[in-house]
Design a protein around this ligand. Structure first.
Ligand SMILES: Nc1ncnc2c1ncn2[C@@H]1O[C@H](COP(=O)(O)OP(=O)(O)OP(=O)(O)O)[C@@H](O)[C@H]1O
Ligand SMILES: [Mg+2]
Length: 222
């Protein structure tokens, strides 16, 4: 369960105030939730707070009931590595590493032994339908396949929470829906919470829950 409790993060720039203001929401385990809203409405700001990459001015982020936004930098970093998964618009794969090596990286950073990391990364790649592409490098994969490697990498450490910022934006239209279907299935079978920022209608249509933002405020939750 991911909770935002009255979350505010304000940016002051040139006399203008932007950011997110007083956002409260709760996304249960197994749920694929989408943060929707126009450009500048605060989607990425909220994902960064949820991902413990940034800290709120007011309010709190809770994971499974524990307040995590006020932990020390070291504790947040540790939690990020072990229990959070990140999927980015531009995939952020390491070009000289194979799909398998990319998916192994976060496990090896945690100190998991190579044999075990290899086993878990291969299982995650198999789950996203890439069992026959383990040794391809990102440049040898299609955009949709690269995004599935990124999902396998996020999934391999068995995260509580997976965060994705515009994960379909670099894909052509046909790939967006299936990618979301995969994430919905993964959220349910892993009991993880998925939080995706997007303004893609194909993405929003497949969400279990949609939170709409406007000017940094939550204006609709459905
Ligand atoms: N580091 C920063 N300094 C100042 N203002 C910022 C900063 N980061 C974001 N903002 C402002 O906060 C608001 C929300 O930005 P955010 O990136 O969260 O929007 P978004 O909904 O993700 O937009 P997009 O759909 O274009 O990605 C915007 O008005 C933006 O200009
Ligand atoms: Mg954004």
């Amino acid at each position: 369960m991911l909770q935002f409790r009255n979350l505010t993060r304000a940016y002051e720039l040139g006399g203008e105030r932007a950011g997110v203001f007083g956002v409260t929401l709760a996304v249960p385990k197994g749920c694929l939730a989408v943060l929707a809203g126009p450009s500048g409405s605060g989607k990425t700001t909220l994902l960064q707070l949820a991902g413990l990459l940034d800290q709120p001015d007011e309010g709190a982020v809770l994971l499974d009931g524990q307040e995590v936004s006020s932990l020390s930098e070291r504790e947040r970093c540790d939690l990020r590595l072990r229990r959070l998964g990140f999927v980015f618009q531009a995939f952020n794969l390491v070009p000289v590493l194979s799909a398998l090596e990319n998916a192994m990286l976060p496990l090896q950073l945690q100190g998991i032994a190579e044999v075990e990391a290899r086993r878990r990364a291969a299982a995650a790649l198999d789950r996203v339908g890439l069992a026959d592409r383990l040794h391809h490098r990102p440049g040898q994969l299609s955009g949709g396949q690269q995004q599935r490697v990124a999902i396998a990498r996020a999934l391999a450490p068995d995260p509580l929470l997976v965060l994705a910022d515009e994960p379909t934006a670099s894909l052509d239209h046909a790939h967006g829906g299936p990618l979301m279907d995969l994430m919905a299935d993964l959220a349910a079978e892993r009991g993880a919470t998925f939080l995706v920022a997007s303004h893609d209608p194909a993405v929003i249509a497949r969400a279990h829950r949609v939170y709409r933002l406007a000017d940094g405020r939550l204006v609709e939750a459905a």
